[in-house]
Write a protein that binds this ligand. Structure first.
Ligand code: SF4
Ligand code: SF4
Length: 155
């Protein structure tokens, strides 16, 4: 079973059905092709993705903190530490995505709407580089490869 977020507050009328997702993970989910930090991480990410695919209207709470994907990551401790370099670097990816999508921390939207929004707003190579430029999975990420190649083929 997937872990559900404890989402509550003014933006969350849908309550416990809401999945907490880091904003930049909207890109990672689309680029996933089976690579990851550990077998447990990969299994959890697969489960999250198939859960979202099975319920495209499932509400997501978009955040810049650890989420249901981080829950099985061996790096979680480092990413939670507020002042660590990794924590700041990765949180910055979320903040860049939120800025480009013009959304605020904690907004809740349906999964299919969130994916439509990110795919329309992160539309060129410099946007993608700004989000993913420091990610070690770039060469194995379908979202990064596809969008960057699409853009470069048009120029
Ligand atoms: S390149 Fe890295 S950060 Fe960017 S979408 Fe892929 S896995 Fe996520
Ligand atoms: S590296 Fe950090 S942000 Fe990425 S999945 Fe692991 S804990 Fe989450």
């Amino acid at each position: 079973m997937l872990e559900k977020s404890n989402t509550s507050g003014p933006d969350s009328e849908i309550g416990s059905e809401c999945l907490k997702i880091r904003a930049h993970h909207l890109c990672c989910i689309q680029g996933f092709q089976g690579y990851g930090y550990s077998p447990a991480f990969v299994a959890n990410l697969r489960a999250v993705i198939s859960d979202i695919k099975a319920s495209p209207s499932r509400p997501l709470e978009l955040v810049s903190e650890c989420d249901v994907i981080c829950a099985s990551c061996p790096n979680q401790r480092e990413c939670i530490a507020q002042q660590s370099i990794a924590s700041r670097r990765i949180r910055n990816m979320d903040l860049v995505v939120m800025e480009k999508l013009k959304i605020k921390e904690g907004i809740v939207m349906k999964a299919d709407e969130a994916f439509r929004l990110i795919n329309s707003q992160l539309a060129n190579a410099s946007d993608i580089e700004e989000v993913c430029g420091t990610c070690k999975w770039r060469r194995k990420c379908l979202w990064y490869i596809r969008d960057k190649d699409n853009y470069e083929n048009k120029t």
